[in-house]
Design a protein around this ligand. Structure first.
Ligand code: FE2
Length: 349
């Protein structure tokens, strides 16, 4: 067997500059000097004109986002809802639509996402005789400009006629699973904790997007639920103690949030809240927990990932309020419907 001399081996290796030249789109041609073909600033700091370009693009994106999102600010949508008020006790309906983001990583989008589902359901909601719709968060895969622009273009093209309200999801923040800002959500929609009244019902939108509730939020929630009226809460992430949904294999409570979770369930039980609507887990379910009905409706259009929830299908909910009682009809993507029974949901051990 012929052995390769180390010197020959070194010579057999391609020269790094030659290799770079062959890979670079600006490789030398027809006797052009190799050194001149290597961009001088490829690995160096950006030039002044690069920074100027970035700044102009950021300003342009800001302007487009501001224009597209302006009609959807929560304050304006609530003002729109107030233009068609309901007397206390007067029957009315509202829609609840779950997670919409298409999946953060391409492999999950490829495996589980069905493009266009959110748009189809958004249009279907507009055909319902609802006074408003509420989107339960995770509208974008990650709270960056490109995603928010795409989302508001979708809303802009959807011909939304009903007041459109939202709660913030963890993916609507800059980093979905770490401490991060919610700048683009607050810049476009507004406050992340708010309440409003319609038809004698108090609706509360609660921000659990940071996988936790603070003491301040819990005090606010307790105060805002201090009313004899019918009460409905919307929030994105389920409290971890709803183990039917939040356990995933050996990972107990992984699908929910823990800090403030028990306190949340105690407050909504004590304040006799009629419904808590939740998203985050891409499926459907109903749990009666300590006297309160929790409805999981995370099938707004996001990929139906494997999770601890058995019932995974795309859907939205139309809830009706009659004499202070809330009842729901589930609308599936194939235009099927079924009622959620009012009887207490019991789980076998
Ligand atoms: Fe989520």
């Amino acid at each position: 067997m012929q052995e390769l001399n180390p010197t020959d081996a070194a010579q057999a290796l391609p020269d790094l500059r030659t290799l770079w030249g062959s890979l670079s789109p600006r490789r030398p041609r027809n006797g052009e000097e190799l050194d001149e073909a290597i961009p001088a600033n490829r690995w160096s700091f950006p030039k002044e004109k690069d920074l100027e370009h970035d700044k102009r693009k950021a300003l342009a994106d800001d302007a487009v986002l501001a224009k597209l999102s302006a009609p959807f600010r929560t304050r304006l949508q609530l003002a729109k809802l107030a233009q068609t008020p309901r007397r206390a006790g007067e029957p009315f309906r509202f829609a609840v639509l779950g997670d919409a983001e298409p999946g953060r990583f391409w492999i999950f989008r490829k495996l589980f996402n069905v493009p266009g589902v959110f748009q189809r359901q958004l249009s279907a909601v507009q055909e319902q005789p609802v006074d408003f719709s509420l989107q339960l968060g995770d509208m974008v895969s990650r709270g960056i400009m490109r995603n928010y622009l795409r989302f508001f273009k979708t809303l802009d093209e959807a011909d939304i006629r009903r007041p459109y309200l939202t709660v913030i999801g963890n993916h609507d923040r800059l980093s979905p699973h770490h401490r991060s800002n919610a700048t683009l959500y607050t810049q476009t929609f507004g406050r992340t904790n708010y309440s409003f009244e319609h038809g004698g019902v108090r609706f509360v939108c609660l921000d659990t997007s940071a996988h936790a509730l603070t003491r301040f939020q819990l005090r606010w929630l307790d105060a805002v639920l201090d009313t004899p009226r019918t009460k409905v809460v919307f929030t994105h992430i389920p409290p971890a103690c709803l183990r039917r949904w939040t356990d995933f294999g050996a990972s107990k409570g992984i699908g929910g949030f823990k800090p403030g979770a028990v306190e949340l369930t105690e407050i909504v039980s004590r304040r006799r809240v009629s419904r808590v609507y939740l998203g985050h887990i891409h499926g459907f379910g109903v749990q009666d927990f300590k006297g309160v009905r929790y409805v999981l409706t995370g099938g707004g259009g996001s990929p139906l990932f494997p999770s601890g929830v058995n019932d995974k299908f795309h859907h939205f909910i139309v809830a009706s309020v009659v004499d202070g009682e809330v009842r729901e009809t589930v609308h599936t993507l194939d235009r099927g419907t079924f009622e959620i029974p009012s009887g207490r949901v019991l789980f076998s051990p």
